[in-house]
Design a binder for this molecule. Structure first.
Ligand code: ADP
Ligand code: MG
Length: 245
């Protein structure tokens, strides 16, 4: 991890009608850092992720990525989306395309890369997430854990500078959670910048550089995992941890 900030949110506010979903959020994520975001349902975690790759516009404040304010539209926005990969709870793979085609699509369509080169990279990525031998299958032929690993390979195919994960294991059967977390842990170890919304506290303990606790749209506290779990400072964090641990 370097000292240099890759993602910076300053005084970010976001409303849905009267609902203040991001309440003066300040957060800086360094290059190579792994930040795990936790907090009760409805606290604004998904909105925070979506704001970072501008799936959700904000009402005030600034977000910069790699030294530049988030672009609002056009090619600059498309480039931002390719630089900030996102992995969702629902894998969102294209059902009528093979696993390999799913991984190759972004680089070819969005980045206009040559199919031969993309294919090689896509195969290497599928091997890396442990599904190289399933490349010609269709999503429905794979388990949920395998599909989520394909979704991670697809995000990596764009050679992103950061990856956002929004509850990537919440839709999985329990026996498949580990295989996805293992892939995420190895990415973290290899230096990928990651913002991860998850309820998997084991992952937070072992892979995160920092845990951020959100409640009611506010970033209530943040600390390295060992410190946060041993000594949460706010009543809200203590209450949250008492319910999930
Ligand atoms: P979390 O991911 O922590 O569960 P979200 O960011 O999804 O929280 O939502 C924060 C709050 O914003 C919740 O109260 C949710 O109901 C509300 N919300 C989220 N998306 C929308 C939307 N598109 N329109 C209106 N309200 C929304
Ligand atoms: Mg959410």
């Amino acid at each position: 991890m370097s000292d240099e900030a890759l993602i910076v949110l300053e005084n970010v506010n976001k409303y849905f009608g009267p609902l203040h979903v991001l309440d003066d959020v300040n957060l800086s994520v360094a290059r190579g850092e792994v930040v795990v975001v936790i907090g009760p349902s409805g606290s604004g975690k998904s909105t925070l992720c979506r704001a970072i790759n501008r799936l959700e516009p904000i009402n005030s404040g600034t977000i910069t990525f790699d030294g530049r304010p988030l672009p609002a539209e056009g090619r600059a926005l498309a480039r931002l989306r390719s630089e900030v990969g996102m992995v969702f709870q629902s894998f969102n793979l294209f059902a009528h395309k093979t696993i390999l085609q799913n991984v190759m699509l972004g680089p070819i369509k969005v980045r206009k890369e040559k199919s031969v080169e993309v294919r090689e990279r896509a195969m290497a990525l599928l091997d890396r997430v442990g599904i190289g031998n399933q490349a010609e299958k269709y999503p429905a032929q794979l388990s949920g854990g395998q599909q989520q690993r394909v979704a991670i390979a697809r995000a990596l195919a764009m050679q992103p500078k950061a990856l956002l994960f929004d509850e990537p294991t919440s839709a999985l059967d329990p026996e498949m959670v580990g295989e996805v977390l293992d892939v995420m842990t190895s990415l973290a170890r290899e230096g990928m910048t990651m913002v991860v919304v998850t309820h998997e506290m084991g992952f937070a303990r072992h892979a995160a550089n920092r845990v951020v606790f959100m409640a009611d749209g506010q970033l209530v506290e943040q600390a390295p995992p060992a410190e946060f779990f041993a000594n949460p400072k706010s009543d809200r964090a203590k209450d949250f941890l008492s319910k999930i641990l």
